[in-house]
Design a protein around this ligand. Structure first.
Ligand SMILES: [Zn+2]
Length: 443
Protein backbone atom coordinates (compact mmCIF):
# COMPACT_ATOMS: atom_id res chain seq x y z
CA UNK A 1 0.00 0.00 0.00
CA UNK A 2 1.30 3.44 -0.95
CA UNK A 3 0.71 6.17 1.65
CA UNK A 4 -0.97 9.36 0.36
CA UNK A 5 -2.50 12.39 2.06
CA UNK A 6 -6.03 12.14 0.66
CA UNK A 7 -8.19 9.91 -1.48
CA UNK A 8 -11.46 11.34 -2.81
CA UNK A 9 -13.94 8.67 -3.91
CA UNK A 10 -16.40 10.06 -6.43
CA UNK A 11 -19.53 8.93 -8.18
CA UNK A 12 -18.27 10.72 -11.28
CA UNK A 13 -14.98 12.33 -12.25
CA UNK A 14 -14.88 14.69 -15.23
CA UNK A 15 -11.14 15.06 -15.93
CA UNK A 16 -11.74 17.39 -18.97
CA UNK A 17 -8.81 15.75 -20.77
CA UNK A 18 -9.59 13.14 -21.87
CA UNK A 19 -13.23 14.19 -22.36
CA UNK A 20 -16.25 12.43 -20.90
CA UNK A 21 -16.84 11.15 -17.37
CA UNK A 22 -15.42 8.28 -15.32
CA UNK A 23 -17.87 6.54 -12.99
CA UNK A 24 -16.91 5.34 -9.49
CA UNK A 25 -13.39 6.70 -9.70
CA UNK A 26 -11.04 7.99 -7.02
CA UNK A 27 -8.53 10.81 -7.02
CA UNK A 28 -5.43 10.20 -4.89
CA UNK A 29 -3.66 13.34 -3.70
CA UNK A 30 -0.23 13.61 -2.16
CA UNK A 31 1.67 16.77 -1.23
CA UNK A 32 -0.83 18.91 -3.09
CA UNK A 33 -0.59 17.01 -6.37
CA UNK A 34 -2.73 14.41 -8.08
CA UNK A 35 -1.01 11.06 -7.50
CA UNK A 36 -3.53 8.94 -9.44
CA UNK A 37 -6.97 8.83 -11.00
CA UNK A 38 -8.29 5.25 -10.92
CA UNK A 39 -11.34 3.08 -10.13
CA UNK A 40 -12.35 3.24 -6.44
CA UNK A 41 -11.85 -0.51 -5.90
CA UNK A 42 -8.33 -0.34 -7.24
CA UNK A 43 -7.49 2.73 -5.18
CA UNK A 44 -8.54 0.92 -1.98
CA UNK A 45 -6.02 -1.82 -2.74
CA UNK A 46 -3.27 0.54 -3.78
CA UNK A 47 -3.38 3.57 -1.45
CA UNK A 48 -3.29 4.03 2.30
CA UNK A 49 -4.87 7.49 2.73
CA UNK A 50 -4.50 9.70 5.79
CA UNK A 51 -7.88 11.13 4.86
CA UNK A 52 -10.57 9.50 2.75
CA UNK A 53 -13.45 11.65 1.44
CA UNK A 54 -16.51 9.91 0.09
CA UNK A 55 -18.57 11.79 -2.49
CA UNK A 56 -21.08 9.11 -3.48
CA UNK A 57 -23.53 11.44 -5.21
CA UNK A 58 -21.17 14.00 -6.72
CA UNK A 59 -19.42 15.04 -9.90
CA UNK A 60 -15.79 16.19 -9.43
CA UNK A 61 -14.26 18.48 -12.05
CA UNK A 62 -11.03 20.46 -12.22
CA UNK A 63 -11.34 23.75 -10.34
CA UNK A 64 -12.73 26.42 -12.66
CA UNK A 65 -10.43 29.17 -13.96
CA UNK A 66 -11.84 32.70 -14.06
CA UNK A 67 -9.53 34.29 -16.60
CA UNK A 68 -10.58 37.89 -16.00
CA UNK A 69 -11.89 39.71 -12.96
CA UNK A 70 -11.37 42.79 -10.81
CA UNK A 71 -11.78 41.05 -7.48
CA UNK A 72 -11.85 44.05 -5.14
CA UNK A 73 -14.70 45.60 -7.14
CA UNK A 74 -16.98 43.13 -5.37
CA UNK A 75 -17.38 45.97 -2.86
CA UNK A 76 -19.01 47.96 -5.74
CA UNK A 77 -21.47 45.18 -6.59
CA UNK A 78 -24.66 46.77 -7.90
CA UNK A 79 -23.29 50.31 -8.17
CA UNK A 80 -23.96 51.91 -11.54
CA UNK A 81 -26.31 49.32 -12.96
CA UNK A 82 -28.00 49.88 -16.32
CA UNK A 83 -25.37 52.26 -17.73
CA UNK A 84 -23.20 51.81 -20.88
CA UNK A 85 -19.45 51.31 -20.37
CA UNK A 86 -18.11 54.86 -20.69
CA UNK A 87 -20.87 56.43 -18.56
CA UNK A 88 -20.48 53.58 -16.06
CA UNK A 89 -16.73 54.33 -15.84
CA UNK A 90 -16.88 58.14 -15.97
CA UNK A 91 -19.92 58.73 -13.75
CA UNK A 92 -19.69 55.93 -11.24
CA UNK A 93 -16.66 53.71 -11.11
CA UNK A 94 -13.75 56.12 -11.64
CA UNK A 95 -15.03 58.82 -9.20
CA UNK A 96 -15.81 56.17 -6.57
CA UNK A 97 -12.42 54.54 -7.01
CA UNK A 98 -10.76 57.93 -6.61
CA UNK A 99 -12.65 58.52 -3.37
CA UNK A 100 -12.48 55.11 -1.77
CA UNK A 101 -9.91 52.71 -3.14
CA UNK A 102 -7.05 52.02 -0.75
CA UNK A 103 -4.87 49.10 0.27
CA UNK A 104 -7.50 48.06 2.87
CA UNK A 105 -10.32 48.33 0.33
CA UNK A 106 -8.47 46.02 -2.07
CA UNK A 107 -7.56 43.53 0.66
CA UNK A 108 -11.13 43.36 2.01
CA UNK A 109 -12.76 43.33 -1.44
CA UNK A 110 -10.42 40.67 -2.79
CA UNK A 111 -11.11 38.40 0.17
CA UNK A 112 -14.86 38.83 -0.40
CA UNK A 113 -14.40 37.95 -4.08
CA UNK A 114 -12.23 34.93 -3.27
CA UNK A 115 -14.89 33.60 -0.92
CA UNK A 116 -17.58 33.98 -3.57
CA UNK A 117 -15.43 32.36 -6.25
CA UNK A 118 -14.28 29.42 -4.14
CA UNK A 119 -17.90 28.70 -3.18
CA UNK A 120 -18.73 28.60 -6.88
CA UNK A 121 -15.97 26.14 -7.78
CA UNK A 122 -13.44 28.69 -9.06
CA UNK A 123 -9.98 27.80 -7.76
CA UNK A 124 -7.92 30.24 -9.86
CA UNK A 125 -8.61 33.77 -11.05
CA UNK A 126 -6.74 36.32 -13.10
CA UNK A 127 -7.13 39.69 -11.40
CA UNK A 128 -6.54 43.26 -12.54
CA UNK A 129 -6.81 46.09 -10.04
CA UNK A 130 -5.04 48.79 -8.05
CA UNK A 131 -2.83 47.67 -5.11
CA UNK A 132 -2.08 44.24 -6.63
CA UNK A 133 0.03 43.31 -3.58
CA UNK A 134 -3.06 43.78 -1.38
CA UNK A 135 -5.15 41.65 -3.77
CA UNK A 136 -2.48 38.94 -3.69
CA UNK A 137 -2.33 38.98 0.11
CA UNK A 138 -6.12 38.95 0.43
CA UNK A 139 -6.77 36.09 -1.93
CA UNK A 140 -3.78 34.13 -0.68
CA UNK A 141 -5.15 34.51 2.83
CA UNK A 142 -8.42 32.87 1.79
CA UNK A 143 -6.62 30.05 -0.06
CA UNK A 144 -7.29 31.03 -3.67
CA UNK A 145 -4.82 30.51 -6.53
CA UNK A 146 -4.39 33.92 -8.13
CA UNK A 147 -2.74 35.37 -11.20
CA UNK A 148 -2.22 38.97 -10.15
CA UNK A 149 -2.14 41.73 -12.75
CA UNK A 150 0.64 44.32 -12.57
CA UNK A 151 -1.75 47.10 -13.53
CA UNK A 152 -0.70 50.14 -15.56
CA UNK A 153 -2.67 53.23 -16.53
CA UNK A 154 -1.49 56.77 -17.26
CA UNK A 155 -3.75 58.60 -14.81
CA UNK A 156 -2.79 59.07 -11.15
CA UNK A 157 -4.65 57.35 -8.32
CA UNK A 158 -4.18 56.95 -4.59
CA UNK A 159 -2.07 53.91 -5.51
CA UNK A 160 0.38 55.39 -8.02
CA UNK A 161 1.27 58.67 -9.70
CA UNK A 162 1.98 57.64 -13.31
CA UNK A 163 2.51 54.57 -15.48
CA UNK A 164 6.12 54.12 -14.34
CA UNK A 165 5.03 54.27 -10.72
CA UNK A 166 2.29 51.66 -11.33
CA UNK A 167 4.82 49.35 -12.95
CA UNK A 168 7.44 49.92 -10.25
CA UNK A 169 4.94 49.07 -7.50
CA UNK A 170 3.52 46.09 -9.37
CA UNK A 171 7.02 44.71 -9.97
CA UNK A 172 7.71 45.04 -6.23
CA UNK A 173 4.60 42.86 -5.63
CA UNK A 174 5.94 40.38 -8.18
CA UNK A 175 9.16 40.20 -6.13
CA UNK A 176 7.25 39.87 -2.85
CA UNK A 177 5.40 36.77 -4.09
CA UNK A 178 8.24 35.29 -6.13
CA UNK A 179 8.30 32.04 -4.12
CA UNK A 180 4.59 31.72 -3.44
CA UNK A 181 3.23 28.54 -5.07
CA UNK A 182 -0.33 29.92 -5.37
CA UNK A 183 0.49 33.34 -6.78
CA UNK A 184 1.72 34.27 -10.24
CA UNK A 185 1.56 37.46 -12.31
CA UNK A 186 0.61 39.07 -15.59
CA UNK A 187 1.45 42.52 -16.85
CA UNK A 188 -1.92 44.26 -16.98
CA UNK A 189 -2.09 47.50 -18.98
CA UNK A 190 -5.74 48.42 -18.42
CA UNK A 191 -6.80 49.15 -22.03
CA UNK A 192 -5.63 50.92 -25.19
CA UNK A 193 -7.62 54.04 -24.21
CA UNK A 194 -5.90 54.40 -20.81
CA UNK A 195 -2.31 53.44 -21.73
CA UNK A 196 0.20 55.37 -23.89
CA UNK A 197 2.48 53.92 -26.57
CA UNK A 198 5.64 54.36 -24.50
CA UNK A 199 4.10 52.39 -21.63
CA UNK A 200 3.00 49.61 -23.98
CA UNK A 201 6.54 49.42 -25.36
CA UNK A 202 8.00 49.14 -21.87
CA UNK A 203 5.42 46.44 -21.01
CA UNK A 204 6.38 44.49 -24.14
CA UNK A 205 10.00 44.48 -22.99
CA UNK A 206 9.14 43.55 -19.40
CA UNK A 207 6.96 40.67 -20.63
CA UNK A 208 9.94 39.21 -22.51
CA UNK A 209 12.37 39.82 -19.71
CA UNK A 210 10.17 38.35 -16.94
CA UNK A 211 8.38 35.78 -19.11
CA UNK A 212 4.91 37.07 -18.20
CA UNK A 213 1.60 37.20 -20.11
CA UNK A 214 0.12 40.62 -21.00
CA UNK A 215 -3.53 40.93 -19.97
CA UNK A 216 -5.69 43.84 -21.18
CA UNK A 217 -9.21 44.91 -22.19
CA UNK A 218 -9.35 45.05 -26.00
CA UNK A 219 -12.06 45.92 -28.55
CA UNK A 220 -14.72 45.91 -25.86
CA UNK A 221 -16.94 48.59 -27.43
CA UNK A 222 -17.41 50.27 -30.80
CA UNK A 223 -16.65 53.58 -29.09
CA UNK A 224 -13.17 52.32 -28.12
CA UNK A 225 -12.43 51.54 -31.77
CA UNK A 226 -13.81 54.86 -33.09
CA UNK A 227 -11.81 56.79 -30.52
CA UNK A 228 -8.63 54.96 -31.48
CA UNK A 229 -9.23 55.64 -35.18
CA UNK A 230 -9.69 59.35 -34.40
CA UNK A 231 -6.67 59.61 -32.10
CA UNK A 232 -4.16 57.18 -33.61
CA UNK A 233 -5.53 56.59 -37.12
CA UNK A 234 -5.71 52.84 -36.50
CA UNK A 235 -7.87 50.37 -34.60
CA UNK A 236 -6.57 49.36 -31.13
CA UNK A 237 -5.39 45.90 -32.27
CA UNK A 238 -3.42 47.49 -35.15
CA UNK A 239 -1.86 49.90 -32.70
CA UNK A 240 -0.78 47.03 -30.45
CA UNK A 241 0.55 45.21 -33.50
CA UNK A 242 2.72 48.22 -34.39
CA UNK A 243 3.98 48.26 -30.81
CA UNK A 244 4.99 44.60 -31.03
CA UNK A 245 2.50 43.27 -28.47
CA UNK A 246 0.39 40.95 -30.62
CA UNK A 247 1.92 37.59 -29.82
CA UNK A 248 1.27 34.41 -27.81
CA UNK A 249 1.76 36.30 -24.54
CA UNK A 250 -1.26 38.52 -25.18
CA UNK A 251 -4.55 37.84 -23.37
CA UNK A 252 -7.24 39.97 -25.02
CA UNK A 253 -10.24 40.45 -22.74
CA UNK A 254 -13.65 40.94 -24.42
CA UNK A 255 -12.78 41.13 -28.16
CA UNK A 256 -16.44 41.87 -28.84
CA UNK A 257 -15.80 43.83 -32.04
CA UNK A 258 -13.26 42.05 -34.24
CA UNK A 259 -13.15 41.80 -38.03
CA UNK A 260 -12.33 38.63 -39.96
CA UNK A 261 -8.84 39.95 -40.69
CA UNK A 262 -8.33 40.69 -36.99
CA UNK A 263 -9.43 37.16 -36.13
CA UNK A 264 -6.86 35.79 -38.56
CA UNK A 265 -4.17 37.91 -36.92
CA UNK A 266 -5.19 36.79 -33.40
CA UNK A 267 -5.12 33.16 -34.54
CA UNK A 268 -1.76 33.41 -36.36
CA UNK A 269 -0.11 35.01 -33.34
CA UNK A 270 -1.59 32.64 -30.75
CA UNK A 271 -3.39 35.41 -28.83
CA UNK A 272 -5.88 34.15 -26.22
CA UNK A 273 -9.32 35.74 -25.91
CA UNK A 274 -11.24 35.97 -22.63
CA UNK A 275 -14.97 35.94 -23.31
CA UNK A 276 -16.98 37.76 -20.60
CA UNK A 277 -20.56 37.35 -21.86
CA UNK A 278 -22.49 38.72 -18.85
CA UNK A 279 -20.42 41.89 -18.60
CA UNK A 280 -20.65 42.47 -22.37
CA UNK A 281 -24.42 42.06 -22.27
CA UNK A 282 -24.95 44.14 -19.14
CA UNK A 283 -22.91 47.10 -20.42
CA UNK A 284 -24.57 46.66 -23.85
CA UNK A 285 -21.14 46.26 -25.46
CA UNK A 286 -22.33 43.41 -27.68
CA UNK A 287 -21.75 39.69 -28.11
CA UNK A 288 -18.25 38.46 -28.93
CA UNK A 289 -18.24 36.29 -32.10
CA UNK A 290 -16.81 33.24 -30.39
CA UNK A 291 -18.19 30.73 -32.88
CA UNK A 292 -16.13 32.44 -35.63
CA UNK A 293 -13.15 32.78 -33.28
CA UNK A 294 -13.21 29.10 -32.48
CA UNK A 295 -13.50 28.30 -36.20
CA UNK A 296 -10.41 30.48 -36.71
CA UNK A 297 -8.65 28.39 -33.98
CA UNK A 298 -8.33 31.28 -31.52
CA UNK A 299 -8.08 29.91 -27.97
CA UNK A 300 -11.12 31.24 -26.09
CA UNK A 301 -11.52 31.07 -22.32
CA UNK A 302 -13.99 32.65 -19.90
CA UNK A 303 -14.10 35.45 -17.36
CA UNK A 304 -16.68 37.04 -15.12
CA UNK A 305 -15.18 40.56 -15.23
CA UNK A 306 -15.72 42.45 -11.96
CA UNK A 307 -18.79 42.26 -9.75
CA UNK A 308 -19.52 45.91 -10.58
CA UNK A 309 -20.38 44.97 -14.18
CA UNK A 310 -21.78 41.44 -13.84
CA UNK A 311 -22.86 41.44 -10.79
CA UNK A 312 -21.69 37.97 -9.78
CA UNK A 313 -18.40 36.11 -9.96
CA UNK A 314 -20.09 32.95 -11.13
CA UNK A 315 -18.01 31.23 -13.80
CA UNK A 316 -20.50 28.36 -14.03
CA UNK A 317 -23.10 30.93 -15.04
CA UNK A 318 -20.72 32.40 -17.64
CA UNK A 319 -20.06 28.94 -19.05
CA UNK A 320 -23.76 28.22 -19.47
CA UNK A 321 -24.42 31.67 -20.93
CA UNK A 322 -21.48 31.35 -23.35
CA UNK A 323 -22.77 27.99 -24.60
CA UNK A 324 -26.31 29.33 -25.04
CA UNK A 325 -25.27 32.62 -26.67
CA UNK A 326 -23.00 30.79 -29.14
CA UNK A 327 -25.98 28.74 -30.29
CA UNK A 328 -28.44 31.66 -30.37
CA UNK A 329 -26.03 34.00 -32.17
CA UNK A 330 -24.92 31.43 -34.78
CA UNK A 331 -28.23 29.62 -35.33
CA UNK A 332 -26.36 26.37 -34.79
CA UNK A 333 -27.28 24.23 -31.76
CA UNK A 334 -23.97 22.39 -31.97
CA UNK A 335 -21.96 25.59 -31.48
CA UNK A 336 -19.86 25.52 -28.29
CA UNK A 337 -21.00 22.09 -27.13
CA UNK A 338 -20.88 21.28 -23.42
CA UNK A 339 -17.49 19.54 -23.53
CA UNK A 340 -15.88 22.59 -25.14
CA UNK A 341 -17.65 25.04 -22.86
CA UNK A 342 -16.17 23.16 -19.91
CA UNK A 343 -12.72 23.30 -21.53
CA UNK A 344 -13.12 27.08 -21.89
CA UNK A 345 -13.85 27.30 -18.15
CA UNK A 346 -10.88 25.14 -17.14
CA UNK A 347 -7.87 24.12 -19.24
CA UNK A 348 -8.09 26.91 -21.80
CA UNK A 349 -8.09 29.54 -19.06
CA UNK A 350 -5.13 27.78 -17.47
CA UNK A 351 -3.30 27.69 -20.83
CA UNK A 352 -3.93 31.40 -21.45
CA UNK A 353 -2.47 32.24 -18.04
CA UNK A 354 0.61 30.07 -18.58
CA UNK A 355 -0.60 27.50 -16.01
CA UNK A 356 -1.73 24.74 -18.38
CA UNK A 357 0.98 22.36 -17.19
CA UNK A 358 -0.08 22.81 -13.55
CA UNK A 359 -3.90 23.05 -13.45
CA UNK A 360 -7.04 22.90 -15.61
CA UNK A 361 -7.49 19.11 -15.89
CA UNK A 362 -7.49 16.14 -13.49
CA UNK A 363 -4.28 14.40 -14.52
CA UNK A 364 -1.54 12.67 -12.55
CA UNK A 365 1.20 15.13 -11.64
CA UNK A 366 -0.98 18.24 -11.79
CA UNK A 367 -1.90 20.32 -8.77
CA UNK A 368 -5.02 19.05 -7.02
CA UNK A 369 -7.36 21.97 -7.76
CA UNK A 370 -10.81 20.36 -7.74
CA UNK A 371 -14.51 21.23 -7.45
CA UNK A 372 -17.22 18.79 -6.31
CA UNK A 373 -20.89 19.21 -7.28
CA UNK A 374 -23.50 17.60 -5.06
CA UNK A 375 -26.30 16.05 -7.14
CA UNK A 376 -28.69 15.35 -4.26
CA UNK A 377 -30.91 18.44 -4.58
CA UNK A 378 -34.07 18.55 -6.74
CA UNK A 379 -32.39 21.11 -9.02
CA UNK A 380 -29.55 18.69 -9.75
CA UNK A 381 -31.64 15.53 -10.29
CA UNK A 382 -31.44 13.38 -12.29
CA UNK A 383 -28.04 13.37 -14.00
CA UNK A 384 -27.73 11.37 -17.22
CA UNK A 385 -24.60 12.87 -18.70
CA UNK A 386 -22.20 14.52 -16.21
CA UNK A 387 -20.43 16.90 -18.62
CA UNK A 388 -23.58 18.48 -20.03
CA UNK A 389 -25.13 18.38 -16.57
CA UNK A 390 -22.36 20.63 -15.21
CA UNK A 391 -22.72 23.06 -18.13
CA UNK A 392 -26.49 23.29 -18.50
CA UNK A 393 -28.06 22.17 -15.22
CA UNK A 394 -25.71 22.80 -12.32
CA UNK A 395 -25.69 26.05 -10.40
CA UNK A 396 -23.07 27.32 -8.01
CA UNK A 397 -25.18 26.26 -5.03
CA UNK A 398 -24.38 22.68 -6.00
CA UNK A 399 -20.67 23.21 -5.31
CA UNK A 400 -20.11 21.40 -2.02
CA UNK A 401 -16.34 20.92 -1.73
CA UNK A 402 -13.28 22.52 -3.27
CA UNK A 403 -9.57 21.75 -3.07
CA UNK A 404 -6.75 24.12 -4.02
CA UNK A 405 -3.31 22.50 -4.33
CA UNK A 406 -4.66 19.57 -2.31
CA UNK A 407 -5.97 21.70 0.55
CA UNK A 408 -9.65 21.13 1.32
CA UNK A 409 -10.63 24.83 1.17
CA UNK A 410 -14.43 24.47 0.89
CA UNK A 411 -16.06 21.77 3.01
CA UNK A 412 -19.81 21.28 2.58
CA UNK A 413 -20.05 24.89 1.34
CA UNK A 414 -18.03 26.42 4.18
CA UNK A 415 -14.73 28.12 3.31
CA UNK A 416 -12.14 27.24 5.92
CA UNK A 417 -8.72 28.73 6.67
CA UNK A 418 -5.56 26.64 7.00
CA UNK A 419 -6.02 26.49 10.77
CA UNK A 420 -9.53 25.08 10.18
CA UNK A 421 -11.68 28.06 11.24
CA UNK A 422 -14.66 29.03 9.08
CA UNK A 423 -13.90 32.23 7.15
CA UNK A 424 -17.12 33.85 5.97
CA UNK A 425 -17.85 35.75 9.21
CA UNK A 426 -14.45 37.39 9.35
CA UNK A 427 -14.39 38.16 5.60
CA UNK A 428 -17.87 39.72 5.68
CA UNK A 429 -17.18 41.83 8.79
CA UNK A 430 -15.69 44.92 7.04
CA UNK A 431 -18.24 44.91 4.19
CA UNK A 432 -21.00 47.05 5.83
CA UNK A 433 -18.49 49.81 6.63
CA UNK A 434 -17.37 49.96 2.97
CA UNK A 435 -21.01 49.95 1.90
CA UNK A 436 -21.70 52.94 4.15
CA UNK A 437 -18.77 54.84 2.71
CA UNK A 438 -20.03 54.16 -0.84
CA UNK A 439 -23.51 55.35 0.11
CA UNK A 440 -22.17 58.51 1.72
CA UNK A 441 -20.19 59.29 -1.38
CA UNK A 442 -23.08 58.60 -3.76
CA UNK A 443 -25.56 60.79 -1.84
ZN1 LIG B 1 -12.53 43.98 -16.93
Amino acid sequence: MTPVDTVIECRWVVPVRPGGALEHHAIAIDQGKIAALLPIELSRRRFQATRRVELPNHIVTPGLVNAHTHAAMSLFRGIGDDLPLMRWLNERIWPLEKALVSEEFVYDGSRLAALEMLRSGVTCCSDMYFYPHAAARGMRNVGMRTVVGIIAVEFPSAYATDADDYLRKGLAAHDEFRDDPLTSFTLAPHAPYTVADATFERIGMLAEELDLPVHLHLHETRHEIEESLAQFGVRPLQRLERLGLVNERLIAVHAVHVSEGEMRLLAERGVSVVHCPSSNLKLASGIAPITQMRQAAIPVCLGTDGAASNNRLDLLGEMRLAALLAKGASGDASSLPASEALECATIRGADALGLGQKIGTIETGKEADLAAFDLSSPEESPCFEPVSHIVYASGRNAVSDVWVAGRHVVRTRQVVAEAGQELSGVVLMPVPAWQNRCWQYLK
